[in-house]
Design a protein around this ligand. Structure first.
Ligand SMILES: C[S@@+](CC[C@H](N)C(=O)[O-])C[C@H]1O[C@@H](n2cnc3c(N)ncnc32)[C@H](O)[C@@H]1O
Length: 216
């Protein structure tokens, strides 16, 4: 058993986070006992943050007290693992699909550190009043304007705070070379962000890359 990051372990079954709500599963994941503590197996085929960790992510900029703005929470698979890590923090989760939000509410109700927000990440003014300054913006929206959406939300991030962005090149333009589309998205981010890591996670999620950076 190896400790990768606070509350994140790895063994031959894969990676796992310490379960904030003992005895509960979020997406049918396996629960394991490690020295009397309960851990949830974190499936890299279901969560791009887990894929990035499997691909060698060097820094996980999420601590016990972190405040996170999460754009594209869907039904909460990845959010739930962030909630296991930022136990005393807060995760503001923006999702625009009412159907996903309905399922997500059950996850949010059992976890005190999750704030669900039904809203469109393209229009941050819709939810600005519910937020505070955050330490990390995590974005996974699989939309056409991926870098633009992140830049629009950047005012919520403190200077020196981190971004983590999942880029699906084929959602931006299915007809163009995914590598070229990816490089263009990253160059848009560089106006305001120092890029610290880029990871190819296509072994887990087809045509996806993962970008980590710091707001200047
Ligand atoms: C790939 S899924 C996210 C999966 C999730 N991040 C996870 O790992 O568990 C993308 C989600 O982003 C949402 N989404 C797409 N565009 C959005 C927008 N402009 N505002 C808010 N949510 C959006 C979709 O409805 C979908 O639920």
């Amino acid at each position: 058993m190896k400790r990768l990051f606070p509350n994140v372990l790895m063994d031959d079954q894969g990676i796992m986070t310490r379960n904030l709500v003992r005895g509960t599963r979020v997406y049918g994941e396996k629960l394991l006992d490690v020295d009397g503590e309960e851990y949830r197996v974190w499936n890299p085929f279901r969560s791009k943050l887990a894929s990035a960790i499997m691909e060698g992510l060097k820094e996980l900029p999420i601590g016990k007290d972190s405040k996170v703005l999460y754009l594209g929470s869907a039904t909460g698979t990845t959010v739930s693992h962030i909630s296991d890590i930022a136990t005393d923090g807060r995760i503001y989760c923006v999702e625009f699909a009412p159907r996903s939000m309905r399922d997500f509410m059950a996850v949010a109700e059992s976890r005190q550190n999750i704030v669900p927000i039904l809203g469109n990440a393209k229009d941050p003014q819709q939810y600005a009043a519910f937020l505070e300054e955050v330490d990390l913006i995590y974005q996974d929206v699989a939309q056409v304007e991926q870098a633009e959406i992140l830049l629009r939300n950047l005012p919520f991030l403190k200077t020196g705070g981190n971004i983590m962005l999942c880029i699906k090149a084929r959602s931006i333009d299915v007809t163009r070379d995914p590598d070229k589309v990816f490089r263009e998205e990253v160059s848009k981010l560089r106006q305001k962000i120092d890029i610290t890591e880029t990871l190819d996670i296509s072994a887990y999620e087809k045509d996806h890359s993962f970008v980590v950076g710091i707001k200047r």
